[in-house]
Write a protein that binds this ligand. Structure first.
Ligand code: SF4
Length: 251
């Protein structure tokens, strides 16, 4: 178990290391209680490629929100098969089924924060409960929030979040993809530079900001996995943030 000071010192040292060095350190340090999360889009492929070369059977969490593009599911299956990835799909807590099913069409549009909390944040919190480390693929150049992230982040519950790609840019991703002949998500060439759930993703122009097609025009840039929302385990703790009355569900 690393102390907060050790985490801070290592994180600073890792600013000069390659993503592969950081992934290798994390795998050696925390195996088998370590998992990687991936949304299986074009810019996810370098991290998936590197991690699978370091440890083929590393556990990879994919959040199956039920709102994905068909193309994303096909791409996930293709990569998992071609690269022999150890992918585990994560789903919404069944206690929310009745509530969410009654709002399948409206929830992403009327209350995307609640929708992301139910379909992404809670399932990931549950999956990481017995893990010591979580490798994520976020980059500083993606959003204002991510610009302030650290390579190692100790969560209040002791989980260590490892962000090996943090210093990489869009250009680094592109170069690595070309050098290693990595495949692209089928929607990439159709203008979907960052692909999330279908109700919350639109195609963008070539020169637009990579994530500008996510929740476009709705004042939201993050799903909550990489914000303070992730520290809250219960809907009640965030009730004030949600627009829809959640009182019919007891957690
Ligand atoms: S991205 Fe949209 S559809 Fe997906 S979980 Fe978030 S709000 Fe729901």
């Amino acid at each position: 178990m690393l102390t907060p000071l050790e985490v801070e010192q290592l994180s600073n040292e890792f600013e000069a290391k390659t993503p592969q060095d950081i992934i290798k350190w994390a795998v050696d340090m925390f195996w088998p209680q370590i998992a990687l999360s991936s949304s299986f889009q074009t810019q996810s492929t370098p991290l998936l490629h590197m991690a699978s070369q370091i440890r083929r059977d590393i556990l990879i969490f994919f959040l199956d929100t039920g709102y994905h593009f068909w193309d994303t599911l096909i791409f996930r299956e293709q990569l998992a098969s071609d690269w022999h990835l150890n992918v585990l799909d994560l789903y919404r807590d069944t206690r929310w089924d009745h509530f969410a099913r009654g709002r399948t069409r409206t929830l992403p549009l009327e209350d995307p924060d609640l929708c992301c909390f139910l379909h992404k944040v809670q399932p990931m919190q549950k999956a990481l409960k017995d893990m010591k480390a979580w490798i994520s693929g976020i980059r500083r150049d993606q959003t204002a929030n991510r610009a302030h992230a650290k390579i190692l982040e100790l969560q209040p519950d002791g989980l260590l979040k490892v962000n090996p790609m943090l210093n990489w840019t869009k250009t680094n991703v592109q170069q690595y993809r070309e050098e290693n002949h990595l495949p692209a998500h089928p929607l990439y060439e159709k203008g979907y530079r960052s692909v999330g759930c279908m109700p919350c993703t639109v195609a963008i122009g070539l020169n637009d900001d990579e994530r500008s097609g996510r929740w476009k025009g709705r004042g939201k840039t993050e799903c909550g996995l990489h914000t303070d929302m992730f520290q809250h385990k219960k809907v009640a703790e965030l009730k004030i943030d949600f627009k829809i009355d959640t009182s019919e569900v007891k957690e």
